[in-house]
Each structure stands twice: as C-alpha cells, then as structure tokens.
Design a protein around this ligand. Structure first.
Ligand SMILES: *[C@@H]1O[C@H](CO)[C@@H](O)[C@H](O)[C@H]1NC(C)=O
Ligand SMILES: *[C@@H]1O[C@H](CO)[C@@H](O)[C@H](O)[C@H]1NC(C)=O
Ligand SMILES: *[C@@H]1O[C@H](CO)[C@@H](O)[C@H](O)[C@H]1NC(C)=O
Ligand SMILES: *[C@@H]1O[C@H](CO)[C@@H](O)[C@H](O)[C@H]1NC(C)=O
Ligand SMILES: *[C@@H]1O[C@H](CO)[C@@H](O)[C@H](O)[C@H]1NC(C)=O
Ligand SMILES: *[C@@H]1O[C@H](CO)[C@@H](O)[C@H](O)[C@H]1NC(C)=O
Ligand SMILES: *[C@@H]1O[C@H](CO)[C@@H](O)[C@H](O)[C@H]1NC(C)=O
Ligand SMILES: *[C@@H]1O[C@H](CO)[C@@H](O)[C@H](O)[C@H]1NC(C)=O
Ligand SMILES: *[C@@H]1O[C@H](CO)[C@@H](O)[C@H](O)[C@H]1NC(C)=O
Ligand SMILES: *[C@@H]1O[C@H](CO)[C@@H](O)[C@H](O)[C@H]1NC(C)=O
Length: 489
C-alpha cells in the first residue's frame, strides 16, 4: 500500500512538473512574440550582386551605404541606375555615400532599418528621382495588437534627396507623416499596403489623393497605437485608411458649431460611428448634425420638441440620443412608430429630467409586440427617470407601469414617480396598485339588485292583497275569490 501511495505521489508530481514546463514554454513564446525583437531583419554578410537587366544592383546585409562602393566593381559603379538595399541596417542615410553611382535614378530599401537621414554635401550628387521604402522602419516604438515597427517621415528628410520626384511607401507604418507640402519637387506619393495613424493631422493625405498627388491603395489601413491588446468592438484600427479619411473629412465638413463631432469607429457593415456632442450650449431645438451620426449627446439644453428625431433623415442612423435635462413634454407616438419601423430597432433614447407627463404607451407597446413577433432581439430603450408622470390618467398608467416594469435597461424604476400634483404624488409608478386606482366604476344596478327589487315589490303586493282580502272578509264576510273556487272548501 505504502509503495502504491509513493508511486502515485511521484506520478502526480511528474504530471505537475510537466504541466508547469508546458505552461512556462507557452508563456515564454507568447511573451517573446509580444515583446521580442522584430523578426523582419536577418543580417547576412554584406554582399552585392547585379541583375541582368538595366544595370540593376541588389545589396544585402549592409551596415552602411558606403559599403556599396567597395562591393561593386569600380567599372560598374557609374552604370548602375537602380540600386536595391535589402535586409540592411542603415543607421545613417546620406546621398554622399552614393556619389560614385553617377547614373543612379532609382533607390530602393527593402526590409531595412533606415534612420538618421542627413544632408548631403558633395557635388554633383546622383540624380535620384525615385525612392522606394518597402517594409522599412526607424523605430520600434509602436505596439499594436501585432507589434509593428514604424517609420518617421518629414519634409526635411525628403529635402535631403533633392531631385526626388516619386516616393513609394510599400508596407510601411507611419504614425503621423508630416505634411509634405514643402517638398516642391515631389510629384507623386504612392502609399501601398502598410498603415497610417488614424489621426486627424493626416487628413492632408486625402487632399493629396483627391488632387492626384498621392495614390493610396485600398489595403492601406489606419491604426491607433495602443499598448493594450484591448480589441474594441468597432475599432478603427485595421480599417481602410481612405474610408476613414473620407468619413472624417465629411464629418468635419458637416459638423455645425457649437457641436463637437468625431468619427470614433467603423462598424462591421462599414458604416461610420460618429459621435456628436452638444451638451449645455443653450439649444432650444434639435440641431443639424452630420449624416450618419450614431451617438448624439444633447444633455442640459432647453430643447422642447423632439419631433425632428423621428422625421429628419439626418437622425436616421442614431443608435443613442441623450436628451436628459431638457424641457420635452411630449413624444409623438405616430412619428415614433414610423421612425422605429423604418430602421434598426437598436436605439436608446434618454429623456431623464424632462417635463413628460405621459408617453404614447399604446404605440410603444405595439412596437414591442410587433418586434417580439418578428423575433427581433433588439428593442428600443428609454430612460424616463425623473419626469412628472401623470398617475391620475388611467388611459396611460396601466400600460406605462407595464412598460416601466419590463424595460430593464438604463432605467431605475425608483426614479419613475408620479408628479407631485397628482393624487399619488411622489410614489413610484411600479409600486402603485393600478387595479384599485384605475378600477372601472361599478354600474348603478347589478342584476341581483334588480331581482331583489322585483321580489320586494312582489312581496309588498302579496301583503297588500292579503290586507285587502282581510278587510273584505271582516266587512262583507266575503271570502277571496280564489277560495270559493277551491274544491276542498
Ligand atoms: C543597427 O546597427 C546599430 C549599430 O550600428 C545597432 O546599434 C542597432 O541595434 C542595429 N539595429 C538593428 C535593428 O539591428
Ligand atoms: C547621423 O549621421 C551623421 C553622419 O551622417 C552623424 O554625424 C550623426 O552623429 C548621426 N546622428 C545620430 C543621432 O546617429
Ligand atoms: C524590393 O521591393 C520592391 C517593391 O516591393 C520589389 O519590387 C522588389 O522586387 C524588392 N527587391 C528585393 C531584392 O527584394
Ligand atoms: C495591396 O494593394 C496593392 C495595389 O492595390 C497590391 O499590389 C498589393 O498586392 C496588395 N497587398 C496585399 C497584401 O494584398
Ligand atoms: C468641443 O470641444 C472643445 C475642445 O475640446 C471644448 O472646449 C468644447 O467645450 C466642446 N464643446 C462641446 C459642446 O462639448
Ligand atoms: C434655459 O433657459 C433658461 C431660462 O429660459 C436659462 O436660464 C438657461 O440658462 C437656459 N439653459 C441653457 C443651457 O441655455
Ligand atoms: C453615410 O454612410 C453611408 C454608408 O452607409 C455612406 O455611403 C455615406 O457616404 C455616408 N455619408 C456620410 C456623409 O458620411
Ligand atoms: C414639434 O415640431 C414639429 C415640427 O418639427 C411641429 O409640427 C410640432 O407641432 C411641434 N410639436 C410641439 C408639441 O410643439
Ligand atoms: C424609410 O421610409 C422612407 C419613406 O418613408 C423610405 O424612402 C425609405 O426607403 C425607408 N427606409 C427603410 C430602411 O426602410
Ligand atoms: C413639485 O415638483 C416640482 C418639480 O418636479 C418642484 O419644483 C416643486 O417644488 C414640487 N412641489 C412640491 C410641493 O413638492
């Protein structure tokens, strides 16, 4: 028994140790993937080879551009027109290092670290008109979900390549490329693949795109640098850059003061998520908002009429509207019905602290019932707290109570109370005994009452008849007519 015990204990130990080793190894590879050095660079011994076509040379594993001069034969150097630097670590880039390549017009960096662009001093320089940066970077700062090294790009850097006309950025990640307006000689900027930060400072790229000065491929994404792996549901990161820029520009154009508008995401169906904020700015009616606005905050204004929400095409994409602390006293049921039937059911309407006395509860109920019948799992939500509800209105109260009872989101039933001018002032609507408050008035005569009255009358008639017969008999000795007819007497 003891041996068996020992055996099982040691087996258990082994299992635990093995499990720990496996978990540790997993964690190690995970951490390595997450924080380890960037894998794209693999240094080889520096070497150059020439390609058969067009005097092209490819150099790999360089630590400095100067090395080209020693790795390519001096007869070939003046003939090279296209130079590709791949898998290199160039920590100082200046055209001075390429001064002996007199015919050079196209310079490419592939999968390379290229930093510290410095001004050339020699003369004449090779006339490099085309520069291509493919999968290049100069810092490792960026940690997005998948760690990406980024590249800084400024006008000054480009001025160090004075004859540059076309710049290609292939699969590079640029956080905030500086507006390249000053680089007069640059005719065209090509952005292919890769990404650019989702930052409004990058809107100039769209202007360049629209004027034909830049071409941006559809697979170029915009990203938000973040140290967390927190994947927000409708994150902008990884969405098409051009789409985001267009949404951003359009929204800024349509944003009317004093509201603030921002594109905060892109939905699965590629519609934008646009937030508009107009809190406490003294509005008295619903404002003009950008098309496709999805979230609107209008708290603490003096708005009295919310009809525009249901009628204006601008409000058709609203998912959430906050109208707390306004002066709304009425919601049109018919408009609400038409609006809600004609769009997604997923909407939150916040109406706390307004002047609402009633709601079109019959129609709200109908909307719920029809949606339930159609199997829709999103229903419109309301926040109706802190309004002066008219609990004396029995055409409203029972349905309203039911609505409050089943509406379990964003609405604390303890804040839904009767107005203080009603007979149930200040009481919670859900706690009212609606059956007795709104019991139908009893009809004046119940059938049983009528029967009782008839019986009473009959009884009285019998008594009168008896008295009459009795008097007749006393005075005239006359028996009642019915007695004379009876055979027994
Ligand atoms: C590039 O070389 C420099 C030294 O010249 C070194 O400090 C740096 O770490 C290298 N960069 C990469 C990405 O290997
Ligand atoms: C950049 O390169 C120049 C030479 O081209 C060098 O003098 C300078 O120290 C470098 N700067 C940095 C920050 O590496
Ligand atoms: C360098 O990148 C360009 C653009 O992606 C590509 O056409 C070329 O073949 C690459 N050259 C090498 C040697 O990898
Ligand atoms: C990105 O788009 C460009 C042109 O639109 C194309 O050449 C390239 O192959 C695409 N890249 C990927 C990874 O699909
Ligand atoms: C809009 O944003 C600006 C700057 O962030 C701020 O000063 C202003 O109060 C905001 N307006 C509204 C209505 O939120
Ligand atoms: C709303 O109107 C009242 C008086 O009519 C005013 O005192 C208040 O400042 C207004 N609210 C806002 C947010 O403008
Ligand atoms: C609104 O969204 C639609 C896509 O649902 C898009 O076609 C349209 O351009 C957008 N309008 C604006 C002004 O953003
Ligand atoms: C609200 O405004 C609409 C027009 O947008 C108007 O037809 C309606 O009568 C107004 N409602 C109230 C209660 O003032
Ligand atoms: C909403 O109604 C309008 C007219 O009442 C119609 O033109 C539009 O197509 C409808 N939209 C949807 C999504 O049903
Ligand atoms: C009744 O309620 C209103 C606001 O809801 C408040 O201003 C008023 O003071 C209240 N009156 C009493 C008697 O509580």
């Amino acid at each position: 028994r003891g041996r068996a015990m020992q055996c099982s204990v040691s087996v258990g130990l082994w299992v635990v140790v093995t499990a720990m080793v496996i978990v540790g190894a997993e964690a190690f590879t995970y951490l390595k993937r997450k924080f380890g050095p960037d894998p794209i660079i693999t240094y080889t011994n520096p070497s150059c080879r020439s390609l058969p076509r067009h005097n092209e040379v490819v150099c790999e594993g360089l630590k400095s551009l100067e090395e080209v001069t020693s790795l390519v034969s001096s007869e070939q150097l003046p003939q090279v027109t296209t130079l590709t630097i791949a898998h290199a670590n160039i920590s100082s880039f200046t055209l001075d290092d390429l001064v002996s390549l007199t015919s050079l017009h196209t310079l490419m960096f592939n999968f390379s670290y290229v930093k510290n662009w410095t001004a050339p001093h020699l003369d004449p320089l090779p006339s490099v008109t085309t520069l291509l940066l493919n999968h290049c970077w100069d810092n490792n700062m960026l940690k997005i979900i998948e760690k990406k090294p980024t590249l800084v790009l400024t006008s000054q850097m480009l001025s160090y390549v004075p004859s540059l006309e076309e710049l290609y950025l292939v699969d590079c990640f640029l956080m905030q490329p500086e507006k390249l307006e000053d680089v007069k000689h640059l005719r065209k900027l090509h952005i292919i693949d890769g990404g650019v930060g989702c930052d409004s400072s990058n809107l100039w790229l769209l202007d360049w795109f629209e004027s034909g000065r830049a071409s941006i491929s559809r697979n170029t994404t915009c990203y938000i640098p973040t140290v967390h792996d927190m994947a927000t549901l409708f994150s902008l990161s990884g969405r098409e850059l051009l789409m985001w820029l267009r949404y951003k520009k359009e929204t800024e154009r349509e944003c009317v003061a004093p509201c603030n508008c921002s594109v905060t995401g892109i939905k699965e169906n590629l519609d934008p998520i646009i937030h508009v904020d107009c809190q406490e700015v003294g509005l008295t009616e619903l404002p003009i908002i950008p098309h496709n606005t999805t979230r609107l905050t209008l708290d603490r204004n003096n708005i009295t009429n919310m009809s525009l929400l249901f009628t204006s095409e601008l409000y058709h994409h609203i998912d959430s509207i906050a109208l707390n602390y306004n002066r709304i006293s009425y919601m049109d049921g018919e408009l609400y019905y038409n609006y809600i039937k004609n769009r997604s059911m997923d909407i939150i309407i916040k109406l706390a602290y307004n002047g609402l006395k009633t709601m079109p509860v019959k129609i709200m109920k109908q909307v719920h019932n029809e949606a339930a019948k159609e199997g829709k799992n999103h229903l419109p939500m309301f926040d109706l707290s802190n309004n002066p509800w008219n609990c004396d209105d029995c055409s409203f109260l029972p349905d309203f109570q039911e609505l409050v009872y089943y509406q379990n989101y964003e609405m604390d039933p303890s804040n839904i109370r009767c107005a203080n001018w009603t007979s149930t002032a200040g009481q919670q609507v859900v706690k009212l005994d609606v059956n007795s408050l709104c019991a139908p008035d009893p009809p004046l005569l119940q059938p049983l009452d009528i029967l009782n009255i008839c019986m009473g009358i009959l009884l009285l008639m019998l008594i009168f008849n008896f008295l009459h017969n009795f008097v007749q008999y006393k005075r005239h000795g006359k028996l009642p007519w019915i007695i004379t007819k009876l055979p027994c007497c």
